[in-house]
Ligand binder design. Structure first.
Ligand code: AMP
Length: 190
């Protein structure tokens, strides 16, 4: 199995690049944000629980996220591997993911981090908000909160992967194809 974490702040392009990686390497794209939005649109209990956190740009509690991911992994054990997008976002999530995967003997090989300056993130998210219909893309206060939450709660996850020699960062500014080429070179040279 090939298991990759695509890491970076909101608006870094994780969703766009994950779809391309999924197709090229024939992986399951596991985006916790997409899974939550699906639950929301279906009005499930989990979706209702997550909504108040998502609307403000805060993180959904770890136990909810971890349970949802565990189910998705268990349902896809015959896959070629996973591209994790937007997960893990906290140290307990990163530890749980390692436990879930090492218990199944399918560890994360590499975390690829997309580097994008804050100003560029704000511009991209506001632009996306014009068409995405996402409440959390539509005002500057929420966008700033998401960037703050990323710095305070999520950056330590990069250090967690750095310590175990699985962290690679690349420049996340440029054309979609150029960034994709950088990601593929990183994956292929792991
Ligand atoms: P995203 O689509 O990745 O930007 O996620 C949208 C929102 O879903 C986030 O702002 C959080 O409220 C929630 N969310 C997604 N993934 C996670 C995660 N791994 N941990 C906690 N909350 C998450």
């Amino acid at each position: 199995m090939l298991n990759i974490v695509l890491f970076g702040p909101p608006g870094a392009g994780k969703g766009t690049q994950s779809e391309k990686i999924q197709t090229k390497y024939n992986l399951i794209h596991l985006s916790t944000g997409d899974l939550f939005r699906k639950h929301l649109s279906e009005g499930t209990e989990l979706g209702i629980e997550a909504q108040k956190f998502m609307d403000e740009g805060n993180l959904v509690p770890d136990r909810v996220v971890i349970g949802m991911v565990e189910e998705k992994i268990a349902d896809n054990m015959d896959a070629n591997g996973f591209i994790f997008d937007g997960f893990p976002r906290t140290i307990p999530q990163a530890e749980s993911l390692d436990e879930m995967l090492s218990g199944r003997n399918i560890p994360i090989q590499v975390m690829v981090s997309l580097d994008v300056p804050d100003d560029e993130l704000r511009t991209r998210l506001l632009l996306r908000g014009e068409t995405s219909g996402r409440a959390d893309d539509q005002n500057e206060e929420k966008i700033n909160n998401r960037i703050r939450v990323y710095k305070e709660e999520t950056i330590p996850v990069a250090e967690f992967y750095q310590k175990t020699g699985r962290y690679q960062s690349i420049n996340g500014v440029g054309s979609i194809e150029d960034i994709f080429d950088r990601i593929c070179s990183t994956i292929d040279s792991r």
